[in-house]
Design a protein around this ligand. Structure first.
Ligand code: PMP
Length: 364
């Protein structure tokens, strides 16, 4: 104890008792995330245990736990990384995109940290919370009509493409045609699922917005284990489920679920691996998402309701046990004024009008 020679230079050892380290001595560690971008991906998988899943086990991958709150963080990082590598953008460039909100949030989150301006064209049916969040993150938001289709100058994708050609130094991200969108799922989401379930996966239930998730996972599983079935969950009104079932594109209707369902087949979207497709009405999607919150304490967005509803239908119609996976695509806090609001639900005809505040269950 009388050994008083000067202490050896500090070397950070991860197994040292961290309570003895001060901010001054804590060296950067490869094991600690160094920005919110390092928190993208590696999302948890949780089993659904309070629903009737027939003979199956159903698992949810919580993409809501990405830093931007949705599955789109993976894709934004992948598309920006690739565009930088290809020399299409450099700090100061403007990223332009057509987005329901989540891709925009993700692009803005990643873009801000990498020095990009972000301009987003958003259809006006999207929730207020998403628009507020986009603005808070620093995006320039251009609202456009939700009620026009491909080829119309106010259609959100045509408008984004035009803006990108008009703004100097702008790049049209184009998630619908960008191969680095599905690639994020082929190299990230797919391998994560595989290792989380130790390869014991029988079916994956996906929605299609851009088709990135479905296409990337189809490619991953085709190569890794072709027996894994890809199952499509599609909102009623979207053209995709009918296209899978009958091979033609019908006229699109409208739906209130956000982020999935299409009136066209996106160029990057590969539907050839889809083995079953379910059409889910808005009422069933919203009910499923609300039930997920009540029963499992998991607050997903409206597309999560569609995926869960389709996954439950799939599970309940199996005759043998299967491991089925689906996604909580984004966080439900973006839908507090809509799907999680009883008055909005009543206005839309999804709940009875005679709602007596929060006491209806108690008063009767
Ligand atoms: N759910 C939500 C809430 C989304 O925003 C999106 C992306 N539009 C998806 C699901 C579908 O993802 P993808 O674009 O990979 O088809």
């Amino acid at each position: 104890h009388l050994h008083l020679s000067p202490p050896a230079p500090f070397v950070f050892q991860p197994n040292r008792d961290s309570m003895t380290d001060t901010a001054a001595t804590l060296a950067p560690s490869a094991t600690l995330p160094r920005s919110s971008l390092d928190l993208i991906g590696a999302t948890p998988l949780v089993e659904v245990t309070h629903f009737d899943t027939g003979p199956c086990r159903l698992f949810l991958k919580l993409e809501s736990q990405n830093p931007g709150g949705s599955i789109k963080d993976r894709v934004a990082r992948s598309m920006i990384d690739a565009a930088e590598k290809e020399g299409l953008i450099k700090p100061g460039s403007t990223l332009v995109e057509a987005t329901a909100g989540n891709t925009g949030l993700a692009l803005t989150l990643v873009g801000a940290q990498r020095g990009y301006k972000v301009v987003l064209v958003v259809p006006d049916k999207m929730s207020q919370e998403k628009i507020f969040a986009l603005k808070a993150l620093g995006a320039r938001v251009v609202m456009t009509r939700s009620d026009v289709g491909v080829g119309h100058p106010e259609y959100y994708q045509d408008m984004a493409q035009r803006l990108a050609s008009e703004i100097p130094g702008a790049w049209y991200v184009n998630q619908f045609g960008n191969p680095n969108n599905p690639k994020a799922h082929e190299t990230g989401t797919g391998p994560e699922l595989w290792s989380q379930l130790k390869g014991r996966i029988d079916a994956v239930v996906c929605g299609v917005g851009s088709g990135g998730t479905l296409t990337g996972l189809t490619r991953f599983f085709r190569q890794k284990s072709p027996r894994v079935k890809m199952v499509l969950a599609d909102p009623a009104g979207s053209v995709l489920a009918d296209y899978v079932a009958h091979g033609y594109i019908k006229e699109a209707g409208s739906w209130l679920v956000e982020g999935i369902g299409e009136d066209f087949i996106p160029p990057i979207c590969d539907l050839t691996g889809v083995r079953e497709a379910y059409t889910v009405p808005d009422a069933e999607s919203f009910a499923a998402a609300r039930e997920l919150l009540r029963k499992e304490g998991i607050m997903g967005g409206s597309s999560t309701g569609t995926l869960l509803a389709a996954a439950l239908r799939y599970c309940r119609t199996r005759t043998k046990p299967e491991h089925v996976v689906t996604f909580v695509c984004d966080h439900g806090n973006r839908y507090l004024s809509k799907m999680y609001n009883d008055f909005w639900m009543a206005d839309q005809g999804f709940l009875p009008k005679d709602v007596r505040g929060d006491l209806r269950d108690i008063i009767g």
